[in-house]
Write a protein that binds this ligand. Structure first.
Ligand code: HEC
Length: 468
């Protein structure tokens, strides 16, 4: 059952609980039997004390009181009861019962039970007592019998002793009615309590001590002791559990958490410096040593993993580099690329040839502009075609110039510059005459080019056109 529980803590708790339950049951059984034995001994002792005491009252009456009262009895018309041992025994016991403060003594019963009693009303034996008397009559060696019994629906512990006719003096009153005193006959009749023989068991002396009360008391002490025992036991178990948790479980859990992280390759330096781990490592016991070894192992694994990772990384870089070189070489050596390269070279050469047809120095001088500071400044026609646009810094901010306003071209065949209006919004004027868009017009030196109505340029040719 323990193997199914996967937390160390709950396994300890269950084990301790089992110890607690089994310990409590065993302890309870032991305690109950011990308490019961003591209780029985206690009842027995009480019964014995009482029966011995009563017996001595009896002896005292017959030896000391009866002789003194004998003369009075002879002259008295009525029976003088105090001289009868049975009477004084009963009277003393009743007095004792009445004055006792203890429940079980108060409810004790003293009985001199006889199958053939003098006092039929009080001393006639019931079935149980009759059986006892017969048993004692048959077995001379039986000096005392004690056990539990039920009487009037209650449970009692009883001690019984045989009563014998010990001297001939008894027989004065217990042999035949005509020998017995007249007062006795008058009080108890002549039918019963006679015919007793010397030495025979004529009655049973019984003391009954209530057992229920004793058991209730025993039970009360049992629960009291058990309660204290359970509380102390529970406290000890809690303490052990707590200590186990602190000394064993928590350190093991900390090591376990670290082991899991190592397994997932997610150990950080903070994990290695966790306070819980530090605490375990500082323990001087086996766990402490174990965790030191474990931490050392983790550190080794860490550094090896790190080293391996670095190696893999550098290997990968090397692989990537060679692969790239290889791929580049493949591309560079391919026919397609070589073809592309030669074509590109061609285009570049043509461009250069075209771009530098050694333009005759054409120049535009600003005559009029919205920004008056620009007037007098000039810009060289550095290429063909040359775009007039508001994106040229000198024309920037001139509201009427379009982004693609006009284009100046050099016609190498005719050796002259032309201007074409690129369908600009505000049009192009040559010497104040509007030109048609998309048609080249020859620029003669000194001609005024109007871009819109606010910007005016003068075209100049610095150098005469190269000879044909
Ligand atoms: C003077 C007469 C007399 C003498 C002597 C005498 N008894 Fe009794 N005995 C009685 C009477 C009367 C009773 C009934 C008393 C009562 O119950 O109040 C009695 C009761 C008893 C009882 C109780 C049972 C029953 O019969 O009611 C026993 C037992 C007993 N006597 C034993 C003895 C023994 C043993 C002796 C001798 C040591 C003895 N007696 C001496 C008169 C006497």
């Amino acid at each position: 059952m323990f193997s199914k529980l996967n937390s160390l803590n709950s396994r300890f708790t269950i084990a301790l609980l089992l110890v607690f339950v089994i310990g409590s049951i065993l302890g309870g059984v032991a305690l109950w039997s011990v308490l019961l034995r003591y209780a029985e001994q206690e009842i027995t002792n009480r019964g014995l004390v009482m029966i011995d005491l009563i017996t001595s009252v009896r002896t005292y009456t017959s030896n000391s009181v009866a002789p003194l009262l004998k003369p009075q009895q002879a002259q008295s018309a009525t029976f003088i009861s105090p001289m009868i041992p049975a009477y004084s025994a009963r009277s003393v016991f009743e007095g004792f019962r009445a004055s006792s403060a203890q429940e079980d003594l108060k409810n004790s019963i003293y009985h001199e039970a006889a199958i053939n009693p003098t006092n039929v009303k009080d001393d006639l034996a019931d079935e149980f007592e009759k059986a006892l008397q017969l048993r004692m009559q048959q077995d001379d060696s039986l000096k005392q019998v004690s056990d539990y019994t039920q009487k009037n629906g209650l449970s009692y512990y009883y001690i019984a002793r045989p009563m014998r006719v010990t001297s001939d003096t008894c027989l004065v009153c217990h042999s035949t009615p005509d020998q017995a005193p007249a007062q006795q006959i008058k009080a108890f009749g002549n039918q019963s309590g006679f015919g007793w023989k010397s030495g025979s068991v004529i009655a049973v002396q019984l003391i009954y001590v209530p057992a229920d009360q004793v058991f209730t008391n025993t039970l009360r002490s049992f629960w009291l002791v058990m309660g204290i025992f359970l509380v102390i036991f529970a406290l000890i178990i809690l303490l052990i559990n707590n200590l186990l948790g602190r000394i064993v479980v928590r350190p093991v859990l900390a090591l376990n958490a670290l082991a899991n992280k190592v397994g997932d390759d997610q150990v950080s330096d903070a994990d290695l410096l966790a306070p819980e781990l530090a605490r375990v490592t500082h323990q001087r016991d086996e766990l402490g040593k174990l965790s030191q070894v474990f931490l050392q192992m983790v550190a080794d694994v860490q550094s090896r993993t790190h080293f391996l990772k670095e190696q893999v990384k550098s290997l990968q870089i090397k692989i990537n580099e060679t692969q790239m070189k290889h791929e580049v070489a493949e591309i560079v050596e391919s026919e397609f690329f070589q073809d592309l390269q030669s074509r590109a070279k061609n285009i570049r050469e043509k461009r250069q040839a075209k771009a530098s047809p050694s333009l005759p120095g054409g120049r535009l001088v600003i005559e009029k502009a919205l920004d008056a500071r620009k007037v007098g400044q000039s810009l060289d026609i550095s290429s063909s075609p040359f775009l007039l646009s508001r994106e040229i810094p000198l024309m920037n901010g001139e509201g009427e110039i379009s982004r693609r306003h006009a284009e100046i071209n050099f016609d190498p065949a005719a050796k002259q510059y032309t201007i074409t209006d690129l369908k600009s919004l505000n049009g192009v004027k040559l010497n104040n005459v509007e030109i048609e868009p998309n048609r080249p017009y020859v620029l003669t030196p000194g001609v005024k080019i109007g871009l819109g109505s606010t910007f005016l340029l003068r075209f100049e040719l610095l150098q005469s056109a190269p000879p044909a």
